[in-house]
Design a protein around this ligand. Structure first.
Ligand SMILES: C[S@@+](CC[C@H](N)C(=O)[O-])C[C@H]1O[C@@H](n2cnc3c(N)ncnc32)[C@H](O)[C@@H]1O
Length: 263
């Protein structure tokens, strides 16, 4: 059988974060919570949070658009003692009871009430000062942007996240390279032009069209430190050719690391 005929990752062990509470939730709870982020991306993002803690990087985590909490619960479990996860959502879709389901899912999957906050708010009109006040002045080390999927909203959310982010922090963008949202890439490239201090740390490839690709961004001066650790922890998932952001290159992490069979 040729290499390309193998089903991708069919026999690979599931990718882990290296944090017991997170990996337990990924194993037993993640798929039961409605949501649109992949388990693969959650494991790697929580692995990144573990690396931050190991490097002495602390602070809260923020998600714009936690919905029912699938990805949010994983992130909150990855935080260190005393750190908080904040979920910002309109909490009106598909009905107003979504906030009750979010809270119930957090409780059911072991998040103590002091470790997370839900904020029913519109990120499009939120100022950095308002967000920082909600976080008691602590700059987040991790922001996941998964709110409104328009070019204008992503531009606004990216500026908000960048204004409050800790210098060592990471911003994760959902639904990148998604066939349904082609203009999100325009917002990302315009953002990278405006913010030469930021770069793409890695691309986390999709599992499915629903659980789609994420980009992880960080400050350029943190790129090497994070890349080294990601390479070490997830070497089995490195797609060999990487991603070309002209002239910057970054890692592509995937469950399918094959190349085309050309001979
Ligand atoms: C695709 S869902 C997020 C899925 C979730 N992050 C996950 O991984 O399972 C998008 C969420 O963004 C929220 N949202 C959309 N526009 C928003 C805005 N302007 N401010 C805050 N939340 C918003 C929606 O209410 C919805 O819950």
């Amino acid at each position: 059988m040729s290499k390309t005929a193998l089903p991708p990752a069919a026999t690979s062990p599931p990718v882990r974060s290296g944090l017991a509470a997170v990996d337990r939730y990924l194993e037993t709870g993640y798929a039961t919570v409605p949501g649109m982020s992949s388990r693969f991306a959650a494991a790697i993002c929580c692995g990144l949070l573990r690396m931050q803690t190991e490097m002495g990087v602390g602070g809260p985590a923020v998600e714009i658009g936690p919905f029912e909490g699938r990805f949010f619960i994983a992130i909150a479990h990855a935080l260190a003692m005393g750190e908080t996860a904040l979920g910002i959502d309109l909490f009106d879709w598909p009905n107003p009871e979504v906030i009750d389901r979010f809270q119930a899912n957090c409780a059911k999957h072991g998040l103590a009430s002091g470790r997370h906050m839900a904020w029913k708010a519109d990120s499009r009109t939120m100022t950095p000062a308002e967000l920082l006040a909600k976080l008691a002045g602590r700059r987040p080390r991790f922001v996941h942007i998964d709110g409104e999927h328009s070019r204008a909203a992503l531009t606004k959310d990216l500026e908000l996240a960048t204004a409050v982010l800790a210098p060592e922090g990471a911003i994760v963008l959902d639904d990148m390279l998604h066939p349904g949202y082609p203009t999100l890439m325009v917002a990302v490239h315009e953002y990278l032009q405006r913010h030469s201090e930021m770069c793409v740390l890695c691309i986390i490839d999709r599992e499915t069209v629903v659980a789609a690709t994420k980009f992880v961004l960080c400050r350029a001066d943190w790129f090497k430190r994070y890349e080294e650790r990601l390479l070490e922890a997830y070497k089995d998932n490195v797609w060999p050719l990487g991603a070309d952001f002209e002239p910057h290159w970054c890692l592509v992490l995937s469950l399918d690391t094959r190349l085309a069979d050309i001979v």
